[in-house]
Write a protein that binds this ligand. Structure first.
Ligand code: G3P
Length: 219
């Protein structure tokens, strides 16, 4: 399972990269705004800075919502670095744009996916990744993880190569359940990834080992 970090914060991306388990980064316009990044030149410079840190795919989202401008923006983003994956919303022109990018060998991430029908369309258009938003479905009392399971079944039925990128992951159990269901990738905050480290028996066991070592050494 690939681990992507869902942030535009360079310090957090670096921390995850240094941990040695990072496979990529996803961003979106809200995450860029959270870091105070605005204006075309700054946005471009920030994507370049992310690509310099991470070994793996970096999703950069188009702002346009019509086919022609999505293509223009997406081609410019893809030209920045081979790591860039053009993130396109699941709307009618977005599906057309994904088909276009796929025919040109440009990687895509179909975002804002909330149903298996949308995921089927993304796969048919040739998306590299599909991003079902697990946490946001949970937020409206709908089972986000059930969507991951349904998409896995549908893609396996037909051998679609589109990778299931479980997005809007919020906590470690989302990650574990997505791994059990066979999601190809998960993206979430650094806190959810680091929470996987935690177990009280690890902490107490380590404390005991160190205490016994010190005792044996007569300290
Ligand atoms: O990048 C898209 C997705 O991961 C957003 O997550 O937590 O804002 O629902 P969240």
């Amino acid at each position: 399972m690939k681990f992507f970090i869902d942030t535009a914060n360079l310090a957090q991306i670096k921390e995850a990269q240094d941990l040695g388990i990072l496979d990529g980064v996803t961003t979106n316009p809200s995450l860029m705004a959270k870091e105070g990044i605005s204006g075309d030149a700054n946005v471009i410079a920030h994507y370049k800075a992310i690509c310099d840190i991470v070994d793996g795919d970096v999703s950069a989202e188009v702002i346009a919502t019509d086919f022609d401008n999505m293509v223009k923006e997406g081609e410019a983003l893809a030209a920045l670095n081979p790591k860039i994956v053009v993130k396109v919303p699941m709307i009618k022109d977005g599906v057309k744009a994904i088909k276009y990018f796929s025919s040109k060998g440009i990687k895509t991430n179909c975002t804002l996916v909330f149903s298996s029908g949308q995921a089927l369309l993304a796969a048919k258009a040739g998306a590299t990744y599909v991003s079902p938003f697990v946490g946001r479905l949970d937020d409206i009392s709908t089972d986000g993880l059930a969507l991951i399971e349904d998409i896995r079944l549908i893609y396996d039925n037909y051998g679609y190569e589109t990778q299931i990128l479980a997005a809007s992951v919020r906590h470690p159990m989302h990650i574990i359940e997505c791994a059990k269901m066979g999601a190809d990738v998960m993206t979430g905050p650094l806190s959810a990834i680091l929470a996987l480290l935690k177990h009280p028996l690890t902490d107490s066991g380590l404390a005991q080992f160190l205490a016994d070592h010190a005792k044996a050494a007569g300290k």
